[in-house]
Design a protein around this ligand. Structure first.
Ligand SMILES: Cc1ncc(COP(=O)(O)O)c(C=O)c1O
Length: 373
């Protein structure tokens, strides 16, 4: 939180701090292999991109909450995936989930002006904390169990009493942990704190099936999803949220006033993407084989333990001095990865490797590291 009266100065964007390592990539045939940002490089299905250009939806303003067709497709997907039916009135669109995460604390604070605290996982996607800061709220990290997951017993009752919301993220970025969403929902209900469950990696769950907090009822909880990862659609910007009727209604209404609108053609293409599961299966195989390959490569090259994650498309492993590791990898392998302090001070001894590059680029990295290792 910024102290009252102190102007807010945006900090450097985390990934821009890696720019100084990029020239190392020029030394290699094939150039830099960027495994830092979790941005998909594989294509979305052809039918989805075709729908973008043929929807006729570009001439009018699109509904902020999402077209009926989009909301019905969301409900159909949730029914197939989680065996739940929350109805199209209890879901709504977002312009990708980053803007939802980054602006949510402002709206929650307007709804509950006597509270000022956002609780979020101590090692996590940086926008949970930044959203709180931008709203002038207190951002309070929740410690995590050694194997992952929120340690809900560690939340100070004084912070719980001031909490506008609790974030949970499963599968989690950066570590791929699978959290206990039922326990998070129970904690929120017991303490009167809305729980927002970021489930944008749910299609990429490797241990067991993908789960939603909404399987534990909708009371006091909202699930947040994205087509960025599921359908390699990050450039189009389409996310959505759904759950507790009162919370969703409030957010739908307030977000209309700010012009939070997903472009019409993107909404139309989203229907095609959500109704298709085959391309997700193809993508799942790509990620699993890349994770397996690079697990072996990094274990051999760095002599460290690299566990397979429970979900998501990141390798997250302890290396000690993460910035030194990132620099050595850039120098010796021409590859860029993220030092763990991007995701909170508690992650400072780890690095995150996003296996987002196409298979030939991943194979090239494997070749380079096998040659030097
Ligand atoms: C945990 C988590 N939530 C949300 C997002 C934002 O995704 P998008 O805005 O593309 O939906 C990301 C992106 O990396 C993420 O890792």
């Amino acid at each position: 939180m910024t102290a009252a009266g102190t102007p807010f100065v945006p900090p450097p964007y985390p990934y821009e701090r890696l720019d100084r390592f990029k020239p190392y990539g020029d030394e290699f045939e094939g150039g830099l292999i960027d495994l830092s940002i979790g941005t998909p490089f594989d294509p979305p299905p052809a039918a989805v991109t075709a729908a973008l250009s043929s929807s006729n939806a570009e001439r009018s303003y699109p509904p902020s909450i999402g077209t009926p067709a989009l909301r019905e497709a969301i409900v159909r997907w949730m029914g197939r995936k989680f065996d739940i039916d929350i109805g199209p009135d209890h879901v709504a669109a977002a312009i990708g989930t980053k803007e939802f995460v980054g602006t949510l604390p402002q709206w929650m604070r307007l709804r509950t002006p006597d509270r000022d605290t956002v609780l979020y996982p101590a090692i996590s996607y940086p926008t949970y904390e930044m959203g709180a800061t931008l709203a002038g709220c207190r951002a309070v990290p929740v410690p995590m169990h050694p194997g992952g997951g929120l340690d809900l017993t560690a939340i100070d009752p004084a912070d719980a009493a001031r909490a506008l919301l609790l974030w949970v993220n499963s599968p989690g970025n950066p570590s791929g942990i699978l959290d206990d969403l039922g326990a998070a929902a129970d904690w929120g209900r017991a303490h009167g704190v809305p729980v927002f469950s970021d489930e944008c990696y749910v299609e990429f769950t490797w241990q067991g099936r993908g789960r939603s907090i909404l399987e534990h009822g909708t009371d006091g909880v909202v699930a947040v999803h994205s087509l960025s990862k599921r359908s390699n659609f990050a450039g189009a910007r389409l996310g959505f949220y759904g759950g507790d009727p009162d919370l969703v209604h409030y957010l739908r209404e307030v977000r209309k006033h700010v012009g939070m609108m997903v472009p019409g053609p993107v909404q139309a293409a989203g229907v095609v993407a959500l109704d298709d599961d085959e391309h997700v299966e193809v993508q799942r195989h790509r990620y699993v084989s890349r994770l397996r390959l690079l697990t072996d490569v990094f274990e051999r090259w760095a002599g460290v333990d690299v566990p397979m994650p429970g979900g998501a498309f990141y390798l997250w492993f302890e290396v000690g001095d993460a910035w030194a590791f990132a620099e050595r990898l850039a120098r010796e392998g021409g590859a860029l990865v993220s030092p763990g302090d991007f995701y909170g001070a508690a992650g400072a001894r780890h690095v995150r490797v996003a296996v987002v590059q196409p298979d030939d680029r991943i194979a090239l990295l494997a070749e380079r590291l096998t040659a030097t290792g």
